[in-house]
Write a protein that binds this ligand. Structure first.
Ligand SMILES: NC(=O)c1ccc[n+]([C@@H]2O[C@H](COP(=O)([O-])OP(=O)(O)OC[C@H]3O[C@@H](n4cnc5c(N)ncnc54)[C@H](OP(=O)(O)O)[C@@H]3O)[C@@H](O)[C@H]2O)c1
Length: 337
């Protein structure tokens, strides 16, 4: 196994360390053409980007996985399908959760994705004041025992609630959290906790919707709301504002560019490599605007270089001037609550 490119999330689940993110097909990221999107999925797959992150609430994402699998199966056979990992989420509205609600929701995802078992089901819960998330996790664990779900993961849970799960003997493989050079909240509590309990993290927002790239380098003025034409760009621009503002972000981009030039890679590559090398990190999810834009070749560069101590030191010089996001926003996932 090429350890730079792949990661064993569980004994029977190996993923590509750059996971293709499918929030971008859910709306708010430009018009997605179904046919072009599926063709693009095949191209990602053939380039070795075989892992997908999606959710029941990401518009047609689960159906796209189903269609993509059919498109692969017909000419190439079942063996090719075994190379695909589709990591979905269940994001229910907070309410009383019964066994049949969980059962129906998981069956719907299985149907849409055309699989007999979900590789990883990542559970999200909007409201900690509603205690039914523990019931949901117990029912999901039952479905895992029946192999309808291979592995149970989380998304956007904080350390305090994960401690409750560990104390309740609920087996969790991973948590998915926002983690980038500018948002290092996971380092305060989440990463030490995950190391202690052998839980993996999947990071998103690591290139800030594309803001951490040459496209925004040297832009003296911050982009207008109209220029920030995806939900993702708007989401992470707000994080930049809280982190330290546009001028400090420019300083960071210029530091990242110097590092990128040293290795003949891109700013996005450096930002991704930085997170991939952190402890407990299984993979970085990079959003794919299927059929619209394509960074396959560039993102493949992430596997071909390593950062050295002077690179980390240079990044740290800029980051020490930033605000403490853990103090302002809180632990992982608190931005959603
Ligand atoms: N659990 C959660 O609550 C949660 C929240 C957010 C995201 N996610 C997951 O994480 C995924 C990533 O989403 P995100 O919002 O965090 O976006 P992101 O990955 O930070 O940014 C994606 C955008 O970055 C640009 N990009 C990609 N590779 C690039 C490269 N090599 N050079 C320059 N630009 C590059 C592309 O922009 P262009 O298309 O404009 O070129 C792409 O659309 C989502 O799809 C989803 O699966 C999960």
């Amino acid at each position: 196994m090429d350890e730079k490119r792949y990661y064993q999330l569980a004994p029977d689940l190996t993923i590509c360390r750059i996971v293709n993110g499918m929030w971008q097909v859910a709306g708010g990221h430009g018009y997605i053409d179904h046919k072009l999107a599926i063709e693009d999925m095949i191209r990602y797959h053939d380039a070795g980007f075989t892992s997908w992150d999606l959710a029941d609430i990401y518009g047609p994402a689960e159906d796209f996985i189903g269609d993509f699998r059919h498109k692969l199966l017909a000419p190439r056979g079942k063996e090719e399908l075994n190379k695909v990992q589709a990591l979905t989420k269940w994001v229910p509205q907070p309410r009383i959760i019964t066994r049949s609600i969980v059962d129906e929701s998981i069956r719907r995802s299985l149907r849409r994705m055309s699989v007999s078992s979900l590789d990883l089901l990542q559970f999200h819960w909007w409201d900690y004041n509603n205690p039914y998330y523990i019931d949901a996790l117990k029912y999901l664990s039952n479905l895992r025992d029946k192999r309808m779900i291979k592995h149970l993961g989380l998304t956007n849970f904080d350390t305090e609630r994960m401690q409750i799960m560990v104390d309740s003997d609920i087996q969790i493989v991973s948590n998915q959290v926002q983690y980038s050079i500018i948002d290092r909240r996971p380092e305060v509590k989440m990463i030490p906790f995950c190391i202690k309990h052998n839980i993996n993290l999947l990071a998103y927002g690591s290139i800030c919707g594309g803001l951490m790239s040459e496209r925004y380098l040297g832009k003296a003025h911050q982009p207008s709301t109209a220029e920030l034409d995806t939900l993702s760009l708007r989401k992470y621009k707000k994080i930049i504002d809280v982190w330290g503002g546009w001028n400090l972000f420019q300083e960071l981009l210029s530091t990242l560019k110097s590092i990128a030039q040293k290795y003949d890679v891109s700013i996005a590559n450096v930002a991704t490599r930085y997170i991939l090398d952190k402890p407990a990190i299984a993979g970085v999810i990079i959003g794919a605007r299927l059929g619209i834009s394509d960074h396959i070749n560039n993102n493949a560069q992430v596997f071909n270089f390593s950062l050295d101590k002077s690179d980390y030191d240079d990044i740290e010089v800029v980051c020490t001037k930033s605000n403490n996001l853990f103090g302002t926003i809180g632990d992982c996932g608190d931005e959603y609550r």
